[in-house]
Ligand binder design. Structure first.
Ligand SMILES: Cc1cc2nc3c(=O)[nH]c(=O)nc-3n(C[C@H](O)[C@H](O)[C@H](O)COP(=O)(O)OP(=O)(O)OC[C@H]3O[C@@H](n4cnc5c(N)ncnc54)[C@H](O)[C@@H]3O)c2cc1C
Length: 344
């Protein structure tokens, strides 16, 4: 028998984000599969009533809250006290929350205070014959580990996109406030500095991964490199299609070699063995040869297409569903024109 605490913080508008609802979905499924277990909700924020109402039908026995203006902001000193208090008040043996940057920062410290254990970057938590197991990936998603623990409380932060989001009825939840004596707070969040949405090229939720390879900066048929034109075509396409931008290692390494570069590309965009392994329904590789160390990062891309001048490039060796043997400059110019026409 476990007491499962779903622990979440609210967003700026007072509601729960999708990642939180996914964690609640996982917590609810776990509670159902562990006979005799109970689900408790713990919410942190400035005012959490709207969030509690959003999930009123989730089947929790209690809705606990730590709510005050001080909790509208992510701050270690206040968040750790809220998490500790909610965990103790619920007598939770399992704590499940979303792996948001706010929770990732503070939850390990809370586990230490509670004398518990924590697993982060978890992709699932299940119960088979009453035995709990947490799954997570290791070694750049090549190996999946299955972890069990006897220590309680066991805190698990779930990655987004791995569980079905809770979508039950809203209602009116009765909150039980948990009082916290805050120490003198020295940290105040005065604002958030983030790139404009359009400047952000890595978009994990995008339907399409658009990969640019080193060919975009190489000499073309006229004997010249056209990096400026490449930038315009790629950024134009990303803006219109809201695709996520990936790169090959060769392209992001170019800046160190003093060659023509795409200025918006960083090592964070790199896909592959020594890069990222994103999850998108579709992928389009352009000016990219498709070598194994790169395509190994495509293992979670369902439908793969590539544009390459070379019909014998590596994508043709069974790595792409469709290979267009064509000039990426010409193809993307046309695609952008078509998207412009569609959107106007
Ligand atoms: C240990 C190790 C780890 C590695 N890890 C990674 C990794 O994580 N990620 C990664 O990407 N690579 C990785 N690599 C490097 C990888 O092996 C390749 O060298 C790299 O992916 C090649 O990049 P590219 O395809 O952009 O460049 P190139 O191999 O230079 O290919 C450019 C392609 O562009 C095409 N092209 C040129 N102009 C046009 C045009 N106008 N239209 C259409 N096509 C055009 C050319 O035909 C060519 O196929 C690793 C290598 C090693 C040894």
């Amino acid at each position: 028998m476990e007491t499962i605490l779903f622990l979440a913080h609210t967003e700026a508008d007072g509601t729960l984000a999708r990642a939180a609802l996914e964690s609640l979905g996982a917590a609810k499924t776990l509670t159902t599969s562990l006979t005799g277990s109970t689900l408790v909700v713990g919410l942190v924020g400035a005012d959490v009533q709207a969030a509690a109402n959003q999930i009123a039908g989730c089947g929790a026995t209690h809705f606990l809250s730590v709510a005050a203006d001080a909790f509208s902001q992510a701050r270690y000193a206040s968040d750790v006290l809220a998490i500790e208090a909610l965990s103790k008040a619920s007598a939770a043996t399992i704590v499940i929350g979303p792996a948001t940057s706010r929770w990732n920062r503070v939850m390990a410290g809370a586990a230490q205070r509670l004398g518990g254990r924590i697993d982060t970057h978890a992709t699932g938590i299940t119960a088979t014959d009453g035995k709990l197991a947490v799954t997570r990936w290791y070694y750049r998603q090549r190996m999946e580990g299955v972890l069990t623990r006897t220590q309680r409380p066991w805190i698990v932060l779930l990655e987004s996109g791995c569980s079905a989001a809770y979508s039950g009825n809203a209602g009116t939840a009765t909150l039980k406030p948990i009082a916290i004596a805050l120490p003198e707070l020295r940290t105040t969040v005065t604002g958030v500095q983030a790139p404009a949405a359009d400047a952000q090229t890595i978009r994990p939720d995008a339907k399409l991964l658009f990969v640019a390879g080193a060919g975009w900066t190489k000499k073309q048929a006229d004997g010249q490199a056209h990096a400026d034109e490449a930038e315009k075509l790629i950024l134009g396409f990303l803006g219109k299609a809201k695709a996520s931008l990936g790169s090959t290692k060769s392209l992001v390494d170019l800046s160190g070699e003093g060659q023509a570069v795409l200025k918006f590309m960083t090592h964070l965009n790199q896909i592959g063995q020594t890069g990222a392994t994103p999850r998108h329904p579709k992928g389009l590789a352009t000016c990219c040869h498709g070598e194994e160390p790169h395509t190994v990062g495509w293992r979670f891309i369902n439908e793969r297409r590539a544009i390459n001048l070379n019909a014998a490039c590596s994508w043709a060796q069974g790595k792409a569903d469709v290979l267009y043997v064509a000039d990426s400059f010409a193809v993307m110019l046309k695609v952008n024109e078509l998207l412009d026409a569609k959107q106007s």
